[in-house]
Design a protein around this ligand. Structure first.
Ligand code: GLC
Length: 553
């Protein structure tokens, strides 16, 4: 049922407007795991709204919410049954409206997830298509095909699902339908005019409600190569992100985004503030990603090449240079991201088996990311220094990929464990009642990592993030601009200068396992290691192992 709500008011003019997204810090909320308002163990929209002051205090510019639409949750909400309804598990449309209003009143913009590559098998269109049977025009909104083999018993082509197994499922009448992800996620046929119209209307629905932008799920997947040709390669998932495949990054997708950009531009607010779209586009090269960001297409794309780069000075410098060059060529901001709901948290990725080292590097990586020109994404819980939970019992896991033997690693539940907010007992304030449920269990050690436990402790990761974001707001040289000026530095150290009309800024990162000494370039602003490790006024600065320092210069 569609409820009617009026558009939430725009942000007040105290917030920089128009191209706010070029250097925005955007915080990803994973609604299942952020905050549970009603105590059923599952996060919800009222829970998010109640906790928005945490995000204002953290100092981010915008919130991106993973899907909260009506969904059977076969893929944690990325299987949408109704694009204009909120799942009762998460609340109501009125709760979504309240969330947007409250965010705006706190100076936060709101980006919602849009899932256009596929829907849920419980979506009305797919149910109709199944009911109507082979040959029905309603089937043309999806990719239905006869099978191969004598009795059509073999899938129509050799494509594999990203979650493992064939990308095709056979229905009772013998035909097959395409699903690049789980069988419960049939792919739309984007050659069909009804699909295009429907998504234009969905965009308008959420824009009318007052949201500030969309994160486009699987933005690279909508158009498939003509004739759905075989790939002729086993273990296809290994090709993804590095090689061309006929179901990803086809040139035809750009026409869709040019169309959407016109709609987004129509909704530019009266004061000139733009509504944006950010692409989740896993492409073989950053240059291919830049194509999504040509001036008449989308605004940003996640920089997955950066996310997948190891803790290595040369590799990071190379990806930073490549990203800036590719994005500058299309006049788009670079983006930087270290964690999200699909990957192992970066504190664990960088740990090499030592949790303390992982956290040191994670904090250093965050200061590097926040010093680069462009927009940065923070995934909920990284501001608490949460590690990946690697020992979840099999019976609590819900990631659909976990239940298949090939395909994506299936370990995505480990970064989706509900946040600890306060208290001594699980769910640590995630829900309203101590000892109450949470859809995934939290480690006992998280009582020391809760928002309440870290607030006011200057050595905590939470206060460190708050300081970093406060400094970033005060110093326009951070975030703004198009490039970095690399400075000479010892092996394993990255140092660069950022210049702005209001003052320069230097960032140095020691990626080695030993301290290094550098000439002090200015007044220290912030360090990722213990606060007193970097003294003011000295000619030389000792940079501890795996740490980053910012100076005003
Ligand atoms: C995107 C989402 C992921 C989801 C997939 C299918 O990659 O980030 O969580 O499983 O799309 O929608």
């Amino acid at each position: 049922m569609t409820q009617h709500v009026t558009a939430a008011p725009a942000l007040t003019d105290s917030v920089p407007t128009r191209e706010w997204w070029r250097d925005a810090v955007i915080y990803q909320v994973y609604p299942r795991s952020f905050a549970d308002g009603n105590g059923d163990g599952m996060g919800d929209l009222p829970g998010v709204t109640a906790r928005l002051p945490h995000l204002r205090d953290l100092g981010v510019d915008a919130v991106w919410l993973s899907p909260f639409y009506a969904s059977p949750q076969a893929d944690a909400g990325y299987d949408v049954a109704d694009y204009r309804a909120v799942d009762p598990m998460f609340g109501t449309l009125t709760d979504a409206d309240d969330l947007v209003r409250e965010a705006h009143s706190l100076g936060l913009r709101v980006i919602v997830d849009l899932v256009p590559n596929h829907c849920s098998d419980q979506h009305e269109w797919f149910k109709q298509a199944l009911r109507e049977g082979p040959g029905s025009p309603l089937r043309d909104r999806f990719h239905f095909r006869p099978g191969k083999g004598d009795d059509g018993e073999l899938p129509p082509n050799d494509w594999e699902s990203i979650f493992g197994g064939p990308a095709w499922t056979r229905v009772e009448d013998g035909s097959w339908y395409l699903h690049l992800f789980a069988p419960e996620q049939p792919d739309f046929n984007w050659d069909h005019p009804a699909v295009k119209d429907e998504f234009r209307s969905i965009l308008r629905f959420w824009l009318d409600l007052g949201i500030d932008g969309f994160r486009i799920d699987v933005a690279h997947g909508l158009v498939k190569a003509e004739g759905l040709p075989d790939i002729g390669h086993e273990e296809q998932v290994k090709l993804l992100g590095s090689q061309a495949v006929p179901y990803f990054d086809q040139d035809g997708v750009h026409e869709i985004y040019r169309d959407w950009r016109k709609i987004l531009d129509e909704y530019t607010r009266e004061d000139g503030t733009e509504r944006i779209a950010v692409a989740e586009a896993w492409t073989p090269t950053v240059e291919r990603s830049a194509l999504y960001l040509r001036p008449d297409e989308l605004h940003q794309a996640f920089n997955f090449e950066y996310l997948t780069t190891e803790w290595d000075a040369d590799a990071l410098r190379a990806v930073i240079d490549r990203s800036l060059a590719a994005m500058n060529a299309v006049d788009a901001p670079a983006t930087w991201v270290l964690s999200n709901h699909d990957v192992v948290r970066h504190s664990t990725r960088f740990a090499d088996g030592d949790e303390a080292r992982g956290l040191r590097r994670a904090r250093a990586a965050t200061l590097l990311m926040l010093a680069l020109p462009g927009s940065a994404y923070i995934y909920q819980g990284e501001e608490l220094g949460l590690p990946e939970v690697t020992d979840l019992p099999d019976e609590v896991r819900q990631d659909p990929a976990f239940f298949r033997s090939t395909g994506q690693d299936g370990t995505r539940d480990g970064c989706r464990v509900p946040l600890p907010w306060s208290g001594e007992r699980a769910p640590f304030g995630f829900g309203p009642v101590a000892g109450g449920p949470s859809w995934l269990p939290q480690p006992d050690s998280w009582k020391d990592l809760s928002v309440a436990a870290q607030t006011g402790d200057p050595a905590s990761t939470l206060e460190f993030y708050r300081s970093a974001l406060a400094v970033r707001r005060e110093h326009p040289a951070l975030g703004a601009g198009r490039g970095v000026e690399w400075l000479e530095a010892p092996e394993g150290v990255l140092a660069f200068r950022r210049t702005s009309a209001t003052g320069d800024f230097v960032c140095a990162v020691n990626l080695t396992s030993s301290p290094v000494t550098l000439p002090t370039p200015g007044t220290p602003l912030l360090a990722s290691a213990e606060a007193d490790a970097v003294a003011a006024g000295a000619d030389e600065t000792v940079l501890p192992a795996d740490s980053t320092v910012w100076w005003a210069a």
